[in-house]
Design a binder for this molecule. Structure first.
Ligand SMILES: *Cc1c(COP(=O)(O)O)cnc(C)c1O
Length: 402
């Protein structure tokens, strides 16, 4: 192909083909500071051999977008480096990542043990696997790790989160890995709440780590994506599931994630510092019955969290408002700066009522059993000035009390 098009070609041909993009454009202009955004779903090859060679690269190749893509690869390499993983994959959502991971590790009839406190979408996936694939699903409670040993026999996977939603229970990840491996199971960790820079499950013995990149990784409430990281051999299996089910990330989103990753440590550090400061203030407020945050010394998971988390204790905290559900609703509705919205890990502070969002389906008895008070408010703390956040919360708490 050349840039000069024969003038004899018709308008339709010229409209479709145009001048060929120069694959070395970037190199001619020096090294680009930002990774080039390639928005091409397929690639042209000069020979069959060249095409087959690209196809044979598997997860590392760029043959057709669902299989692999240069902009997506660039972000995957950046994420793997930050994570300290051999390989990483991006997905179209956190649930695409979690389902590809579990479907690649679990065959029909396999046993999987998961935390009772796992994300609702993961719970739905496990129910689906039980109904459609005969997965034997066992639950364990994050608050009772002594009981885990008894159910791990014959399990293929132990799937956990730490800290958990919405009451921020802490799982000792090194201990969970040791326990899983002793029973021949793999440990998978949904590390969304801590983020890739706030906790390193692979270094603590986990076999794979999975993310909703919609949260801290993206960090600006403007994209939906997921990620899996781990050893290359395991990631290749997950890649097969991604290619089969089609949960590939698109290049624009991957490019935005590469941009977001550059500020991830700075955002997480500040979010976590703000969260700890607000948790301490909330603890002393007369309208608050209890605060759930692993950064507080009297939280049962504090010592473990301090040992396994870095840059602080995560951006999410929750608190029980005196006066129950009505008072909690008044707090959420009384906030002006803080937005009443689901999601977490973003630069802006978000507030929700778990009894009406993530844990609605449990009902009051189910929530009581799960240790979720009816007056619980969950806060995902952003990077604003802490004094402004506190002023907003304090005003809302006073109004709720009055
Ligand atoms: C949001 C979330 C998910 C699901 O991610 P999506 O990007 O919404 O598909 C999974 N796990 C946790 C812990 C989450 O917070």
């Amino acid at each position: 192909m050349t840039d000069e098009q024969p003038p004899t070609r018709g308008v339709h041909t010229r409209a479709v083909h145009g001048p060929a993009p120069d694959p070395n454009l970037a190199a001619q202009a020096g090294t680009p500071m930002a990774a080039p955004l390639v928005r091409s779903a397929t690639y042209a090859f000069a020979s069959l051999d060249a095409m087959l060679a690209a196809d044979h690269l598997g997860p590392a190749g760029a043959f057709y977008q669902r299989d692999g893509h240069p902009t997506v690869h660039a972000t995957e390499r950046r994420l793997a480096a930050l994570e300290g993983a051999e390989a990483a994959l991006l997905f179209s959502s956190g649930m695409a990542a979690i389902s590809s991971l579990l479907l690649s590790l679990l065959a029909a009839g396999d046993k999987v043990v998961a935390l009772r406190q796992v994300y609702g979408g993961t719970r739905t996936l496990l129910d689906w696997g039980r109904d459609r694939l005969g997965w034997r699903v066992e639950e364990v409670d994050a608050r009772e790790p002594e009981a885990w040993e008894g159910v791990l026999d014959g399990a293929r996977v132990l799937h956990v989160e730490s800290p958990t939603n919405p009451t921020l229970c802490v799982v000792d990840l090194a201990r969970a890995a040791e326990l899983a491996h002793r029973h021949g199971a793999r440990l998978t960790v949904d590390n969304t709440f801590a983020s890739p820079v706030g906790q390193h499950p692979l270094a603590l013995g986990a076999d794979a780590v999975v993310y909703s990149a919609t949260k801290s990784i993206g960090g600006h409430s403007d994209l939906l994506a997921g990620a899996v990281a781990g050893p290359a051999a395991l990631v290749e299996e997950v890649w097969r599931a991604r290619t089969t089910f089609g949960g590939m990330a698109d290049p624009d989103t991957a490019w935005l994630i590469a941009r977001s990753l550059k500020t991830l440590p700075m955002r997480v550090e500040r979010q976590n510092a703000n969260a700890l400061a607000l948790a301490r203030r909330l603890e002393r407020h007369p309208a608050v019955a209890a605060v759930f945050y692993a950064g507080l010394e009297r939280h049962p998971g504090h010592a473990v969290a301090r040992g396994q988390m870095t840059l602080g204790f995560g951006p999410v905290l929750s608190f029980d408002v005196r006066g129950g559900a009505a008072a909690a609703q008044a707090v959420v509705e009384g906030c002006a700066l803080i937005h009443h919205a689901p999601s977490l890990g973003s630069i802006e502070t978000l507030i929700v009522l778990p009894a009406h969002t993530s844990h609605r389906r449990l009902g009051p008895e189910g929530r009581a059993r799960a240790g979720i008070p009816e007056g619980l408010v969950r806060l995902s703390v952003g990077i604003e000035d802490e004094a402004d956040l506190w002023a907003d919360l304090e005003r809302a708490l006073e109004r709720a009390r009055g």
